[in-house]
Ligand binder design. Structure first.
Ligand SMILES: *Cc1c(COP(=O)(O)O)cnc(C)c1O
Length: 379
């Protein structure tokens, strides 16, 4: 039986040629291909600057390094996200404060966000869950009023748009991931975009051990002198990964279009299914569908989410759950005393959500199979 994963990369001959060419060049680690990838990426998402790093998790850590969090400082984080979003706050010694989500979109709820701002709040991180831009207008207004920087975790949402603007310049810093299940891949890889030059320099420093000038600019200037001015680490991306990133980026529009087409097929196919409700898409934004999420709700309790999960997996359909609320994870309960009751919407919806397979190289046969089995099992 053929296994249909929930997501996977699409690599073609031109990607392979680009990587091989980079391997034959003089640069293996961060070099001209990284610079080219950053320039093309920044242009694509409408940001002034882009900084590549080794993965999306490191990208979050790099962005948070600029906040210089002190013990007790709080950062507002949506409860429905990948653990890495909140972990980046903990990594820099901050305390994540979990914000509930809206039930129809699972995007961070601006009303709950407002309630959870305190004297200790230092920043807000918003997540464009599943590939849908969050409520940037409301969130930006709250941040401006309270003088808080907004960081966007857009790891789900490369290629998405909010009021006609691509995600990448709507927050003070925006973070992307190039893991193989995301919109474009470099194997492992991540990017931070910003319009602020001093943040840009700080991000590049953190990627390079907190050292003020990189090897290439020292080489060009003919000097050896350097200083480590603050804490940093090695988060560099290799040049052959960047070559793959450049090649993949040129196919982003096609990848996103395919994702949208499959999502439309799913919406149409489940229109009359009373047990399955796809998440809502709000006005004035273009979803880029990293994930296709449905809520499974059977009033008779015969077909629960967990039962459907097991039944679909048994027929070779790699459904998944994104995510368990972060405030219910053992580490957070033990370290920060979080637990049930903190974000009631997230807790309830997390029992119902199911991720269906969605990736650009899905064949017609795979799409038909997912639709057929889901409708059969919930008839
Ligand atoms: C994928 C992802 C990350 C982490 O990216 P990696 O490249 O896997 O480290 C962070 N946040 C969210 C929301 C993600 O989906």
């Amino acid at each position: 039986m053929q296994w249909i994963p929930y997501g996977r990369q699409q690599i073609d001959e031109s990607d392979i040629r680009a990587v091989v060419e980079a391997l034959r060049s003089d640069w293996l680690t961060t070099g001209p291909k990284v610079v080219e990838f950053e320039e093309r990426f920044a242009a694509r998402v409408g940001a002034k600057y882009a900084v590549t790093v080794s993965n999306g998790t490191f990208a979050l850590q790099t962005a948070f390094s600029t906040l210089k969090l002190q013990p007790g400082d709080e950062v507002l984080v949506p409860s429905i996200t990948f653990a890495a979003t909140a972990n980046a706050v903990v990594f820099h010694g901050g305390k994540p404060v979990f914000v509930d989500v809206s039930p129809d979109t699972l995007l961070i709820d601006p009303d709950d966000l407002k309630k959870k701002i305190s004297e200790r709040t230092r920043a807000v991180i918003a997540v464009d869950y599943a590939g849908q831009p969050c409520e940037y207008d409301e969130i930006r207004m709250l941040c401006r009023k309270n003088n808080l920087p907004l960081i966007a975790d857009s790891c789900h949402a490369l290629g998405a748009e909010y009021h006609g603007k691509p995600l990448g310049s709507l927050a003070s810093m925006t973070v992307f991931s190039f893991h193989p299940v995301k919109h474009i891949t470099t194997g492992e890889g991540g990017m931070i975009t910003t319009d602020d030059e001093s943040l840009y320099n700080a991000l590049k420093r953190y990627r390079n051990h907190g050292i003020d000038a990189d090897f290439r600019s020292r080489e060009e200037q003919g000097i050896w002198s350097y200083d480590m001015v603050e804490w940093g680490s090695n988060g560099r991306l290799t040049d052959f990964q960047a070559a793959l990133g450049i090649s993949q980026l040129s196919k982003l529009d096609m990848f996103v279009q395919k994702r949208r087409d499959i999502a439309e097929r799913y919406r149409e196919a489940f229109k009359n299914n009373r047990l399955i409700t796809p998440l809502a898409v709000k006005n004035n934004r273009k979803h880029s569908y990293h994930l296709f999420e449905v809520c499974v709700e059977d009033p008779t309790k015969k077909m629960t989410r967990d039962a459907l999960f097991t039944a679909l997996r048994e027929c070779g359909i790699g459904v998944n759950v994104h995510y368990r609320p972060v405030h219910l994870l053992q580490f957070y309960r033990e370290r920060f005393g979080t637990g049930p009751g903190l974000c009631p919407v997230a807790e309830k919806v997390a029992e119902q959500i199911l991720t269906l397979p969605l990736f650009p190289s899905m064949t017609e046969e795979m799409i038909e199979k997912v639709i057929g089995e889901v409708n059969r099992l919930t008839a």
